[in-house]
Design a protein around this ligand. Structure first.
Ligand SMILES: [Zn+2]
Ligand SMILES: [Zn+2]
Length: 428
């Protein structure tokens, strides 16, 4: 089975390729990238006027199964990922029950295999039940297929437990993913401690709630040699700390979400529950600093923190609404439109931060169009405008603050292992 992707502008940060090329796909692998590859009776996919990039990889996806199937399933999350140009996603462990033993990792992988669509890499819990006390069976989960460990939803509050977990992760050669939040500082906070929290009369969440745990983790990562990955960085101070830590040799990487790059606390004005997430949206100085840090490589990756919730949960009052928003179907077009087209990030940098770097952090195949690599790629339409319509999402979650935004850079075709899993928003 051969396919020829004809006439697109090919961008691949892993080989520093940026130009008009044809791509030949053979037996699920990239066979060649060259100018004017002759057709030999193979299936031709026309990419004229479009760009072709390695498939996007999301380090931070909540699929909600088991236990939260009304919000999302492995199947619907996989479809949403394919629609958004992702060829591989993680499955975060804060399900019900929590993914904290090897059997649950195997069951998740079985669900993903049944669903098809995109690759799914489970992330196991650090502690049993993500309760923060007793370490889970990290080595056995790793053997079952867990690619990283986190108690996301919470930080690992106990420093001794966090340090032990880092020693295990270091020995296993996998990254420790941290949701940095000191809950004694975050308290019952609902949004960033700033002007909007004051106006709405809601308790705020300080930046120190994030940076205090970040500082502790950087110290522990230096001491243990663990690969530390900081999830959803939200503030300028955090980016500065990671920059310093990298300069002194700490093995740390960081991700930022599209919403922390594009929105501020003001999005929550009027009690908008679709702007309620952890960490909270901060200030314009923070979004500018995060964007600069993403461009200069201090922040390594973009991750969605795709967190679907039901409509009924999000229409309630602000204080009782759950934290989190969906992101898989809007991440690339939003950042293409608001960072690349505005000249704040090059397209090559965006592809690197959403594909090549995430693959390296997770240690998984993908993030490259090198001959011999799996044919995981996306064809992007950069000329047609799309007005984001949350009601049309393939995800069960419709909780997006970006409804009604006009964007460019919509994925037109997603291919995994040489198999077309999405074309013009239809998925297989
Ligand atoms: Zn989190
Ligand atoms: Zn999360």
């Amino acid at each position: 089975m051969e396919q020829l992707i004809r006439g697109g502008t090919v961008l691949d940060p892993s080989q520093n390729i940026n130009g008009r090329f044809d791509i030949l796909v053979k037996n699920g692998q990239i066979a060649a990238i060259a100018e004017a590859i002759p057709e030999t009776g193979c299936l031709v996919l026309d990419a004229t006027d479009k760009i072709v990039i390695p498939g996007l990889i999301d380090l931070h996806t909540h699929l909600r199964e088991p236990g939260g199937e009304a919000k999302e399933t492995v199947e619907t999350g996989g479809r949403a990922a394919a629609a958004g140009g992702f060829t591989g996603i993680t499955a975060l462990p804060n399900t019900n029950p929590v993914l904290d033993d090897p059997r649950k990792i195997s069951e998740l992988l079985a669900l993903a295999a049944k669903a098809g669509h995109v690759r799914v890499w489970p992330v196991g819990a650090v502690t049993k039940g993500s309760a923060g006390r007793e370490l889970a069976e990290l080595a056995l989960m790793h053997r079952a297929g867990a690619r990283a460990f986190t108690d996301d939803g919470h930080g690992v509050a106990d420093a001794f437990v966090a340090r032990n977990a880092m020693l295990y992760c270091q020995a296993l050669g996998v990254p420790f993913f941290e949701h940095c939040e000191d809950e004694s500082l975050a308290g019952k906070g609902q949004l960033h401690e700033g002007v909007v929290a004051v106006k709405l009369g809601l308790p705020g969440i300080t930046k120190s709630a994030e940076t205090v745990m970040l500082a502790r983790d950087l110290i522990l990562a230096k001491e243990t040699g663990c690969r530390l990955h900081i999830m959803h960085l939200s503030c300028q101070e955090g980016a500065e700390m990671i920059c310093c830590a990298k300069a002194v040799g700490v093995s740390v990487t960081a991700e930022v979400t599209p919403h922390h790059l594009l929105l501020t606390e003001k999005a929550a004005d009027g009690y908008n529950t679709n702007a309620k997430m952890k960490p909270p949206l901060r200030t314009a100085e923070d979004t500018a600093a995060l964007c600069r840090a993403l461009a200069d490589g201090t922040i390594d990756a973009v991750a969605t923190d795709h967190a679907p919730h039901t409509e009924s949960e999000k229409v309630g009052d602000f204080s009782s609404a759950p934290f989190g928003i969906v992101g898989l179907e809007t991440a690339f077009p939003l950042l293409y439109t608001h960072l690349v087209l505005t000249g704040r990030l090059s397209l090559m940098q965006l592809v690197d931060r959403m594909s090549t770097r995430p693959a390296a952090i997770l240690g998984v195949p993908g993030g490259t169009l090198r001959p011999g690599a799996p044919a995981d790629l996306v064809i992007i339409d950069t000329t047609t405008e799309w007005v984001i319509d949350r009601t049309a999402f393939l995800s069960k979650g419709k909780n997006s603050p970006f409804h009604g935004w006009a964007v460019y850079g919509v994925p037109a075709l997603t291919m995994v292992d040489g198999r077309i899993v999405m074309k013009n928003n239809r998925t297989w």
